[in-house]
Write a protein that binds this ligand. Sequence first.
Ligand code: NI
Length: 140
Amino acid sequence: MDQDMSRIGVSLPENLLEKFDKIITKRGYSSRSEGVRDAIRGYIRFYDWMGEVQGERIGILSMTYEHSRRGLVSSLLDVEHEFATITRSTVHVHISNDECMEVLILQGDGKEVKAIAERIMALKGVKNVKLTTIKPGQEA
Ligand code: NI
């Protein structure tokens, strides 16, 4: 390999690492490092894609979260209210005693759609955040 390599140490919850290891084994990665490099590349691609979300957009933002985590529901509601003008609808599903799924249907400026997604992603206890956006009127 020609590129200079840097070593990093990362602390992870054990169950997260176990799941990651299972996936990299199934996918045939030669090492955990190769899997981590790929995951980071995917994260960067997603970040770049988010940068291209601009102009009028319809967005679907989905997530799961631990509703018993102190302060989380209130922080989440604060963010949702802050972006009330672009929120068309929300769907809430109680998945288990502790876990909720929420889907927000958004419409408005792409920068705002991206901003609410980034704010929600940054909340501790929110997981599996996915954002899909469509340009209204765009031919397939
Ligand atoms: Ni719930």
